[in-house]
Design a protein around this ligand. Structure first.
Ligand SMILES: NC(=O)c1ccc[n+]([C@@H]2O[C@H](COP(=O)([O-])OP(=O)(O)OC[C@H]3O[C@@H](n4cnc5c(N)ncnc54)[C@H](O)[C@@H]3O)[C@@H](O)[C@H]2O)c1
Length: 394
């Protein structure tokens, strides 16, 4: 069983690898890390000191805790220190060949009882595990950025993963104070799949000229109580990153029209208008830029919010029907992973599945596009008057 004395191995000293190493150090584990770039390895300890130092400033840990934590950390020049590891989390570049190569090297070093997890966002867990010597101990552990702050971790068993490995990892990560959900090995897992319409439908409304981005953002904040509107969030994530995730999921689902990427967002990427990091995206962040006011039309605002929400609920309903996760985990993933104000299935129960279904039927008939087809489970609930949560318990 994994526990507080377990040694964690981390592959990759980038954003995610260091974030995961920090969590484990804070929880008292010994951590061994490897990165193929010398400077990344050399900088790892100083970067961890800086981020843990901010916690000392906030009085979330003492200077002594910090020194002890760093005393348990080793960045090796090869994989040899991983022979002591009980659990390894891989967070290197998002490339199947690179990941499979390092798993091959790792399996020559680690013990047979060591569990291997990958933090991949978009690659199939089963495909990564199938090259491993012991695929039963391999699984996805998908942290969100910044890992020490974001509560959610998606746990994704591949076809070969045994149940004991899943239970063992879930209980360890729960003990770190994280919220874990178990997702089926399908593209985008839970969050990255179900969140697609938040961006995609907002972009579609904008492209159609129904409202501008400022008004759509206002509507989602005002009527949905989302912390950020879709365009603010795309600018924050980076249009390049957000576009790539959509494109990957669209392709992985064999060109499912629900996930079709937006040409408007593609043009922004081509123009290097990536958002906050380039000071221009949908919004202009340059000094002196003049902010545009939303069109505060309550009827329009409610219609925008309801359309985007209906598409999100449709996605969650299909994910439930297709066994991506339980209703409880689907809702937890969206509230803890992307801070949605409510779980989408509970939101549907509250608003009435019939109303959501009718909105989708309206869109489907108006546009005649498969993108708007209602989820069969939503249709069933609309017909029977059942609720997602009661329906699942029955
Ligand atoms: N950044 C995010 O928001 C985010 C969120 C969830 C999951 N992920 C996933 O986590 C993984 C890492 O992402 P990141 O953002 O930390 O990337 P990053 O570019 O910040 O870091 C990757 C690190 O891996 C190292 N590396 C590359 N090839 C290597 C190899 N063969 N052996 C050892 N080290 C190697 C690089 O030197 C680099 O330090 C990816 O699979 C990504 O999809 C990223």
């Amino acid at each position: 069983m994994l526990g507080q004395n377990s040694v964690l191995g981390v592959l990759g000293a980038g954003t995610m690898g260091l974030g995961i190493a920090q969590i484990a150090l804070q929880r008292g584990h010994r951590v061994v890390l490897f990165d193929s770039q010398t400077e990344k390895r050399d900088q790892a300890s100083a970067k961890l000191r800086a981020s843990l130092g901010r916690l000392v400033e906030k009085k979330a840990m003492t200077s002594q805790d910090l020194e002890e934590a760093l005393g348990r950390f080793t960045a090796g020049t090869d994989l040899t220190p991983f022979r002591d590891a009980d659990f390894v989390i891989e967070a290197i570049v998002e490339n199947r060949e690179a990941k499979c190569a390092i798993f091959g090297d790792l399996e020559n070093v680690i013990s047979d009882r060591c569990i291997v997890g990958t933090n991949t966002s978009s690659l199939s867990i089963t495909s990564l595990s199938s090259n491993c010597r012991v695929p039963t101990r391999f699984l996805g552990v998908h942290f969100f950025n910044p890992a020490p702050v974001m509560a959610l971790v998606e746990i994704i068993p591949g076809i070969h993963t045994d149940a004991e490995t899943v239970a063992n990892v879930r209980s360890l990560i729960d003990s770190w104070g994280k919220t874990t959900v178990v997702a089926n090995d399908t593209p985008g897992f839970i969050v990255n799949r179900i969140a697609r319409p938040f961006y995609g439908e907002a972009l579609r409304i904008y492209e159609e000229g129904i409202a501008d981005h400022v008004t759509i953002d206002w509507a989602m904040r005002e009527f949905g109580e989302f912390r950020m509107g879709p365009f603010e969030l795309m600018d924050f994530i980076g249009n390049d990153v957000n576009f790539k995730v959509t494109e990957t999921i669209f392709e992985a689902f064999y060109y499912e029209p629900r996930y079709r990427p937006s040409l408007l967002q593609k043009r922004l990427v081509e123009a290097n208008l990536l958002g906050l990091k380039t000071k221009r995206g949908f919004y202009d962040y340059r000094p002196g830029a003049i902010a545009t006011e939303p069109r505060r039309d309550l009827t329009l605002g409610r219609a925008i919010f309801y359309r985007v929400l209906a598409m999100l609920i449709n996605e969650a309903s299909d994910a439930l029907m297709l066994g991506v996760a339980t209703a409880e985990d689907l809702d937890l993933a969206m509230t803890k992973g992307v801070n949605y104000p409510k779980g989408l299935l509970r939101w549907a129960d509250e608003l009435g599945s019939t109303n959501i279904y009718q909105e989708l039927e309206r869109l489907y008939h108006y546009y005649g596009e498969d993108r708007y087809r209602p989820s069969p489970l939503l249709k069933k609930l609309a017909q029977t008057g059942d609720r997602f949560f009661l329906a699942v318990q029955a």
